[in-house]
Write a protein that binds this ligand. Sequence first.
Ligand code: AMP
Ligand code: GLY
Length: 427
Amino acid sequence: MNILVLGGGGREHALCWKLAQSAAIAEDGGTLYAAPGNPGIAECALLVSLDAGDHDAVTAFCRERAIGLVVIGPEAPLVDGLADSLRSASIAVFGPSRDAAQLEGSKNFTKGLCDRAGIPTAGYVHCASLEQAKQALSTFSPPFVLKADGLAAGKGVVIAENEDHAIEALADMFGGAFGDAGAEVVIEEFMEGEEVSLFALTDGESVIPFGTAQDHKRVGEGDTGPNTGGMGAYSPARVLTEALLAESMERIVFPTVRQMHKEGTPYVGVLYAGLMLTSEGPKLVEYNCRFGDPECQVLMMRLESDLAQYMLAASAGTLAALPEPSFAEDTAMTVVMAADGYPGTPKKGGTIDLDGAEREGVKVFHAGTKLADGALVANGGRVLNVTATGPSTKAAQHAAYAAVAKIDFPTGFYRTDIGWREIEREG
Ligand code: AMP
Ligand code: GLY
């Protein structure tokens, strides 16, 4: 079978690396295509130039190359309805419809769904104007959690320490700092606790847990400084114990999938639940309608099952027929090497030498790279995801940083403490 992966970051590199090992590609003579891909992805897939925003062009390509499955990596094409266009052309897709992708595309949609299905999450008020938002602030106490309603590339959440700061941030949101995404705002109660990411695959009815991870969203050591797309992650996140995992599935993920089905917008694909482990139990922080980046990289390092088989079953509605997926017991860790300036304006074009970094159990996924005159250079904020496995989080960390030390990327930087919470617990 031929498979097409859309996207060109570290998440898509990890997905392509794993899909290339699937029987559909590795044994049955299928071709793995990626658009636009990147130089790392080019090592395991055939790169093609396709605009994910041009649904007719993607559909025509799929017909011409007899694509048996399209995997949509990032959220924007999902929220834009690419999966709907492909499904209406009878092309199998891993990823939710436009309506179902509202779980990531609209904070207010998700809050409303939590209300309707009784899912534990932070209390909130939805505001359609700055005046309304200012009034609503008085019903919360600091720190204030302010969220632009729509997609804002991970930058639409502000945690304001005091009321002045909150009003300033609200004025920015309603003033268009996040474009249309900020035309409506959700103000939330602040939840205390540790964050963890839980992944589940679903075909709209059946749901299977698909691994846990912990991301490190702040740019600085010890989780300080501005938010980023994620500076590193490890899996599994053992802080989500068996009991807490079961509780999160029962109280959050299953009711979500059931409610989406009941409302006529069944969710197909991977559901990424960002959870807060509060003193009152796990609560939903947010949903994403795709794999996490860089969480996907650590999940794929541990996945032993055939990824294409699970994605196909999710798209075909036959997930119930598959056994639980198998993940290695080992911990996987990924360290993000970012370009100087990130998460502001990253310095592009810096040279990268990866020679000698990869070995058994160590994989360098490309997140933002390109070839310039045959040489690898930085081409984005997050540039490399240096990923390694080990029998403990400490061992995985040791292996990941040993690989980082072998990489020559003078205009890059990275956090040196990925996994610190879990390593403290391991003792
Ligand atoms: P989101 O984009 O909704 O995941 O929010 C980005 C980050 O803001 C989350 O990963 C949390 O660290 C933080 N955050 C969001 N909502 C809350 C909340 N209600 N209470 C505490 N922290 C939050
Ligand atoms: N790493 C966070 C995200 O993918 O949204």
